[in-house]
Write a protein that binds this ligand. Structure first.
Ligand code: SAH
Length: 244
């Protein structure tokens, strides 16, 4: 019963739902589930159900038996990580770990120094699959949303949707993050954190972010790699809010 699978759409007890091909494969060939076995199903609204499987030659589906209580799996603060896409496979790591930690959404960003890194639609699809399987693995009730890649200025245009926006910048005046988050997060329900690529942000990008309402913060005296920075800030925010 611990196995939990995400399905599209918002459902109710009694509904019959079909699983996506990769989940169907996992259920039948990896977990060796059969008709009548019970699994947990989570719908797009983040509601979990106890469900009974029906495996036939064409598809794997389940009937939703009863709604399960949601518990407190999801963080009370929605933290969105905007990550300037790094080189190679590093974004995979950020997506997987940020999902485990409880990120609400992960926005891939094309900033000036991302030029040449792979931001193709195939990559975005790959990150979505990684988020889905990490969410399943860590018992989350929702899969973090991963929108299409945004350019820096398109990201700035979304700042007003968040209660707070922080941009870690290695040239910011060093000050304890604890102080910034203790006072800076009071009353916030949604936070956006934008992390630069290996080459960092340009001065112009920082200037425009500040003009759009972002607060620049230091992550201390040592320069962190971009993938470390994302995970550290996410952990620090959740810690400051008592979520870790
Ligand atoms: N190339 C830059 C560092 C970029 S690190 C240099 O060598 O100076 C990649 C990203 O991680 C940065 O854009 C920033 O968002 C974040 N970051 C890493 N270390 C940081 C620090 N000490 N303070 C604030 N942000 C940091």
């Amino acid at each position: 019963m611990r196995d939990r699978f995400f399905v599209e759409g918002v459902h109710a007890a009694g509904d019959r739902v079909a699983f996506a091909a990769d989940d169907a494969r996992k259920l039948v060939t990896v977990l060796r589930k059969r008709t009548g076995d019970r699994v947990q199903v989570v719908d797009s609204g983040g509601v979990a159900y106890a469900a009974t499987l029906d495996v036939d030659a064409r598809e794997v589906s389940a009937t939703l038996d009863e709604q399960l209580s949601g518990g407190e799996v999801e963080a009370s603060l929605a933290v969105t990580i905007a990550q300037a896409v790094p080189k190679g496979q590093k974004m995979d790591l950020v997506v997987e770990k940020a999902t485990e930690l409880g990120a609400f959404a992960i926005v891939p960003v094309r900033s000036a120094r991302v030029i040449g890194h792979d931001t193709s639609p195939a990559k975005v699809e790959r990150w979505r699959r990684i988020a889905r399987s990490a969410a399943q693995q860590s018992g989350r009730m929702r899969v973090p949303e991963i929108p299409d890649v945004l350019d820096w200025d398109a990201l700035l245009a979304t700042f007003s949707r968040y209660d707070r926006v922080f941009v870690p910048w290695e040239l910011a005046e060093p000050a304890p993050l604890r102080a910034a988050f203790e006072s800076g997060l009071a009353g916030a329900r949604s936070v956006l954190v934008a992390i630069g690529p290996e080459g960092g942000f340009s001065a112009g990008e920082i200037e425009r972010a500040r003009a759009a309402g972002a607060v620049t913060v230091s992550l201390g005296h040592r320069i962190l790699r971009t993938e470390t920075a994302a995970l550290v800030v996410l952990s620090a925010i959740l810690y400051a809010r008592g979520e870790l």
